[in-house]
Unconditional design. Structure first.
Lengths: 180, 231
């Protein structure tokens, strides 16, 4: 079963076998993710446990129309990191505040489409190396742009520009992939 | 309400999505995105990058009993802190020294701010002529985060910025050369950016103001105002 179906099985029928499968796939990746952010081995193990427990409890919030399972689990992991490692408040947008008319799905939406995860993977692999590296350092290494700039001896503006160009390039690559 | 026309810069959205934005900036992003469907879509797309990189990530072996430990805990209830994090209870009224519109104000705050001030004893403090503020209770203090209330018609004298500054307009409107900022709009300034602002609405302008440095007045009147300001 693919990860999204496992999450739905947990949400609808508290399926422990589905949880075990998700754990086997994601827990070692989550632990590596936290280790890459400089979290010590034991704490990385504990936070991974916490992320997977939140995944179990909140599986009902997973909406396959909004993105893939790994995207949702990444956001749970990010919030756990902010909460438990940085010990700061987590602020998330209300998705359904009815104050604004939704203009429909803009082009970025196609990046979030769960079925296009493979296209996103391919697009990430095709980024110029310095652009891919900025995303890697930010998302995996947990380095802020000022930290990346300092470590690599680059002006902050250069790092920000690389990040912006990376996002624009991904959008262009995915637009092409959609047309093909 | 129309769609905001002044958005969060792309690189700040990336900082937020990657989990690296300072706490105060995360509040700015969450408030703007609550009011801006376009930026919510952008954030979803940026989350997907995190998902793709997690999928592609290295794996680190867990302790032998890790799965069994997790399985044994599935029946546990969420901790109080975790439950509080997802609290969406009704907000407490703000004690608004300026008038009776306190309840109306709280109802108009975007969700992330409403939940932050819920239960807190909120009181506006006068800063200087025509400006009141309320310091928001964040855990990380390298940035200042405040709700600021500007009197209609007020002019904020020409000034520079000692750090980065993000202003999210919540009620009313702010004008400056090159732009009008209405509810949901974000005004972003960096050191070296200079502007004069004018409160261009008939009602008071309330904004979320987040700064990593001080405001640097460039006029003698502004310097005087800063000198007498109670911050």
């Amino acid at each position: 079963m693919v990860a999204g179906a496992l999450l739905i099985a947990i949400a609808t029928s508290s399926d422990k076998e589905a949880f075990a499968q998700l754990f086997t796939h994601f827990a070692p990746r989550l632990k590596a993710h936290f280790r890459a952010r400089g979290v010590a081995d034991q704490q990385a193990e504990e936070i991974t446990q916490e992320v997977m427990l939140r995944v179990w409890r909140r599986a009902g919030q997973f909406d396959p129309r909004r993105g893939s399972a790994s995207t949702w689990i990444f956001s749970v992991a990010r919030n756990c990191y902010i909460d438990l490692v940085r010990k700061e408040r987590v602020f998330e947008a209300d998705a359904d505040e009815p104050v604004v008319v939704d203009p429909g799905a803009p082009t970025d939406e196609r990046i979030a489409d769960g079925e296009r995860m493979a296209a996103l993977q391919a697009a990430l692999a095709r980024l110029p190396s310095e652009q891919g590296q900025v995303l890697q350092d930010a998302y995996v290494g947990g380095q802020s742009f000022p930290e990346i700039a300092e470590r690599q001896g680059l002006p902050l503006g250069t790092v920000k520009t690389r990040a912006r160009l990376a996002i624009e390039r991904l959008r262009a690559l995915l637009t092409t992939a959609t047309r093909e | 309400m129309t769609m905001p026309s002044h958005h969060i810069p792309a690189e700040t959205l990336v900082e937020y999505a990657a989990g690296n934005a300072p706490e105060a900036l995360s509040l700015v992003v969450a408030c703007h995105a609550t009011l801006c469907a376009a930026c919510r879509h952008r954030l979803r797309a940026l989350d997907a990058i995190g998902g793709a990189l997690l999928e592609r990530a290295a794996v680190a072996p867990l302790g032998a009993e890790a799965l069994a430990r997790a399985m044994a805990r599935l029946g546990e209830r969420a901790t109080e802190a975790e439950a509080a994090g997802s609290d969406v209870s009704a907000p407490a009224p703000i004690a608004d020294g300026a008038g009776a519109d306190a309840d109306a104000l709280v109802a108009r705050l975007p969700g992330p701010l409403r939940r932050l001030v819920a239960g807190a004893k909120v009181a506006w403090r006068p800063v200087t002529l025509g400006i009141r503020s309320y310091q928001l209770p964040l855990r990380e203090s390298s940035w200042r985060a405040r709700l600021v209330r500007f009197r209609p018609g007020l002019t904020i004298a020409h000034h520079d910025h000692g750090g980065d500054e993000y202003t999210v307009v919540l009620t009313g409107a702010i004008e400056e050369v090159g732009g009008r900022f209405a509810p949901g709009d974000v005004c972003v300034k960096h050191p070296g950016d200079r502007h004069t602002q004018h409160i261009a609405s008939a009602e008071p302008c309330i904004a979320l103001l987040v700064q990593s440095g001080d405001l640097l007045p460039l006029t003698w009147l502004g310097k005087l105002a800063k000198l007498i300001a109670r911050e």
